[in-house]
Design a protein around this ligand. Structure first.
Ligand SMILES: Nc1nc2c(ncn2[C@@H]2O[C@H](COP(=O)(O)OP(=O)(O)OP(=O)(O)O)[C@@H](O)[C@H]2O)c(=O)[nH]1
Length: 485
């Protein structure tokens, strides 16, 4: 007999989605096997049983308790465990699923490494994957640990510093669209990023009278012979605006070539090297202005640029803003989040940000800019070797500018970053006027945690900025003392 329409539909649905999960009615109560001395003897005689589908059948006291589940060493079981009894731990005979390598029938060669990254969706679109390595302990028992396996095709060989843009995507922000680039390098294991502002790229190839697109050479490169267009597009190597109707993979860029004429007429791209600050950017801390600076940098870079006319008969023209924020994972000026949190406590005791670092055995600033400059070079920005564009750098930190130049960046101008609260603040008020008004009306005052947020302000921030000016040479007028300065 043929199934009715509804039966066929149900069968098709089950084939596509798997069997429906049991409903409350059909759910059977869990039945743990009783403690059977024969079972204990059998298990003790043969050890943990490893089969293709079940890694081990074993006794687990307190099974289902997260702290003991799966971590129990059955060889320690004596059968008379007083503490287990007193804690009313249950004993259950349970099966554990085999590791993925076993279930998939992958061989584990001597030394432990699996022969393939099983999670790689395609050889052409490789990504580092976590993999279980099976080793054995001193008693010969199998032990597994997780390790990161980087496929050959994306490994960056050791040697001179190299950076590689692993993927790029469009991110809409309150200031306009940006392209987020994720980089790997052969110096550290951090995923540094570049936030590229260049919306002109959405309109197709650059106009002959427009600046070149800001593109990553390593991203646009061909990674392997059998790389497909779809692989390239998926990792972000496409041109124009990606959509269901527009899917054009990019071509490799040999070098970034710039028209000198254009270089002379439009300002150099605006860039910022920004250091990660979890507290300022995520928690909304008002101990520092990092969240606000990240937001302000993207806002400033996104401002349209006025191009002066070539001749008196030409009209003024504006082009979209262009530049990049290189987002370096250098939390706490390179000392890491743990030390920064400790430094904050020392600051609460009355020490400033520099002294707190020194008290913890760190330098005031432990950042290096080699990788940041390599990322900019990959994007064709500020390169001295190629006929690249110089850059304007958004910073108040003169040491940063010097360090960037030492690393080979062509800096044509330093552009200051004035704290927002300093722009709007009446020197006689403790908080900026718009913020004070909002607080009076009991409105929510947006912090700068989120891009597009408001200004950060407060006593802690004042102290922090003051130290940056007085001890770290940051080039900001300390208007609190002399607003006319
Ligand atoms: N150790 C330490 N790091 C801090 C503190 N406050 C912010 N940071 C970190 O400082 C870094 C930002 O550096 P800043 O010194 O604020 O500024 P800069 O990058 O040198 O200079 P600008 O370009 O002008 O912003 C981020 O990594 C923050 O996590 C602090 O009190 N102690």
């Amino acid at each position: 007999m043929f199934p009715s329409h509804s039966d066929a539909d149900a069968a098709l649905l089950e084939a596509l989605t798997g069997p429906a999960p049991p409903t409350r009615k059909t759910l059977l109560p869990r039945r743990d096997a009783a403690l059977d001395p024969l079972l204990i003897a059998a298990a003790a005689a043969s050890g943990p049983n490893v089969t293709r589908n079940h890694y081990t059948h074993d006794f687990f006291p307190g099974v289902m308790l997260p702290q003991t589940e799966g971590s129990w060493d059955w060889t320690k079981f004596t059968g008379q465990d007083a503490s287990a009894k007193s804690e009313h731990k249950r004993m259950a005979y349970v099966s554990r699923q085999a590791p993925r390598s076993k279930r998939l029938g992958l061989t584990v060669p001597e030394g432990g490494k699996e022969n393939a990254g099983p999670l790689s969706p395609s050889e052409n679109l490789p990504s580092p994957s976590k993999s279980r390595v099976i080793t054995s302990d001193s008693e010969g028992k199998p032990r597994s640990r997780t390790t990161s396996v980087v496929p050959e095709s994306i490994k960056i060989p050791p040697g001179p510093l190299q950076v590689k843009c692993m993927a790029r995507t469009r991110i809409p922000t309150p200031h306009g669209p940006v392209f987020l680039h994720l980089y790997h390098n052969n110096r550290d294991s951090k995923e540094h990023m570049a936030i590229v502002v260049d919306p002109a790229q959405f309109d197709g190839p650059p106009h002959p009278d427009s600046p070149p697109h800001i593109r990553s050479k390593s991203l646009d490169a061909v990674w392997s012979e059998n790389e497909t267009e779809m692989d390239r597009i998926t990792r972000g190597a496409y041109v124009g605006r990606l959509s269901a109707n527009s899917q054009q993979a990019s071509k490799p860029v040999d070098s970034h070539v710039y028209s000198t004429d254009m270089n002379n007429r439009i300002p150099a791209p605006l860039i910022r090297i920004h250091s990660e600050c979890f507290t300022g950017e995520t928690v909304g801390s008002m101990r520092c202005d990092c969240g606000e600076q990240l937001d302000e940098a993207i806002r400033l870079i996104s401002q349209p640029i006025t191009v002066p006319p070539q001749s008196s008969s030409d009209a003024l023209r504006t082009i979209p803003g262009r530049g990049a924020v290189v987002y370096m994972r250098q939390e706490g000026r390179g000392i890491g989040l743990l030390s920064k949190i400790r430094a904050y406590n020392l600051q609460d005791l009355g020490h400033d940000t520099v002294t707190a670092n020194l008290m913890l055995g760190h330098q005031a600033d432990e950042r290096g800019y080699e990788i940041a400059v390599a990322i900019l070079r990959d994007l064709g920005l500020g390169s001295k070797e190629e006929l690249g564009e110089g850059v304007r750098v958004l910073t108040n930190n003169p040491d940063k500018v010097r360090a960037l130049e030492v690393e080979g960046l062509r800096v044509v101008e330093r552009v200051p970053m004035i704290p927002r609260s300093w722009k709007t603040r009446n020197p006689h008020l403790a908080v900026p006027a718009p913020i004070a008004r909002a607080e009076q009306k009991d409105e929510r005052v947006a912090g700068a945690t989120l891009i597009g947020g408001n200004a950060v302000y407060g006593e802690d921030l004042d102290k922090y900025l003051r130290t940056k000016v007085l001890r770290m040479g940051h080039m900001l007028p300390l208007w609190l003392e002399d607003p006319e300065q």
